[in-house]
Each structure stands twice: as structure tokens, then as C-alpha cells.
Write a protein that binds this ligand. Sequence first.
Ligand code: ITT
Length: 191
Amino acid sequence: RELVFATNNQHKTQEVRSLLLGQYKVLNLNDIGCDADIPETGSSFAENAALKSQYVVDHYRIDCFADDSGLEIEALNQEPGIFSARYSGIRNDQENLSLVLRKMEGQSNRKARFRTVISLIRNQEHFLFEGIIYGNIRETPAGAQGFGYDPIFEPEGYTQTFAEMSMEQKNRISHRALAMNKLITFLKEQA
Ligand code: ITT
């Protein structure tokens, strides 16, 4: 069984492949020969996830799901939010992370959450699945695993950042895993 995941992001692909291991083979945009940078012009994670999945349905006529995610920081009015991928103006994880740390300098409220919204299109029907994990923004980055803002995010109840955890550990608790588990449950119910 195959599922198409409308993403260009290799890290997301890896995490999702690991979560679906033994259940579904996952094809990303690269695997289906799509090199488009799908416009994300929506004003919410749900809208942007839906734009990505709809793009693939329109252009390839295949069912698929998409993931729109980001980091929401309380003291920054929930920024970077939907702008997470290009917060610094360019698509560069290191630059984006540095900008967040600069904006958080001297800030005592370090509360944040990661959020993923997955949009699934199946037989022209749309479904949404959300996952949220709460945590805190570190003063300095730690860890070399994962991607994006992982080195500065310490989930509540843990002493390591996401980037200090193995992918398996992150996949036990992450926003993406929570949303994916809802998707997996839904697909099982439909089967
Ligand atoms: P696709 O749209 O092709 O799926 P993308 O990288 O553009 O890939 P998003 O639009 O959802 O994905 O942008 C989310 C950004 O938020 C991403 O580039 C990372 O910087 C950050 N991000 C998302 N999930 C993350 C995670 O699990 N850990 C750390 N950072 C994450």
C-alpha cells in the first residue's frame, strides 16, 4: 500500500516514513516527479496544508496528504507560526532559528508549542488532523538531530531538546507524530 505525501521536506518525509513503517510505503513530491514549490498563500496551517494536498490532486489526480507545521511562541504573538519556513526572509533553518533566539533575548516567558496540521484528500473528500506539543524555547541551541527549530525546543516534561533526541524518541511525542497517529487511526477505520 502506498500513500503520497505532498512535501519537499526530506526531514518530514523521514519522520513520516518511520511512523508508517510496515504499514504504508510513502512517496513524496520528488518520488512522483513533482519539483514544484507549491504556493503557501493561506492564513492558517489548515489552509496551507489544504493548498498543498489540493495542488497534487489537481495536477496528478492522486489522493494524498500534506503537512503544514510551525513553531508558535507565546511571547512573540505566536510567531513564527505559518511563517516558520521563511521567518528570516529566506528558507534557511539556521537563520530562522537565530532570529527567534535574538527576538527572545531577555524574554522570561519562554513558552511555545509546535503544531502540525495534516490535510488528507481521499476520493475528493477533505479531512484535517492536528497535533500540538507544548514546551519551552532554550536560551541557546543544543543537539544536532532533527531539523528546523528542533535545537531550541525543549518539550514539557523533558530535559532534552528535540535535536538531542533520536528520531524514534521525537516520533513518540512530537506534534507531527500526534497528527500522523490521528491520520493512521482514520485510515484504519476506513479500511
Ligand atoms: P513542505 O511545505 O514541502 O512540506 P516546508 O519545510 O516548507 O516543507 P512548512 O511549510 O510546514 O514545511 O514549514 C515548516 C517549517 O517549520 C519548517 O521549514 C521548519 O523550519 C519548521 N518545522 C516544522 N516542523 C518542524 C519540526 O518537527 N521540528 C523543527 N522545526 C520544524
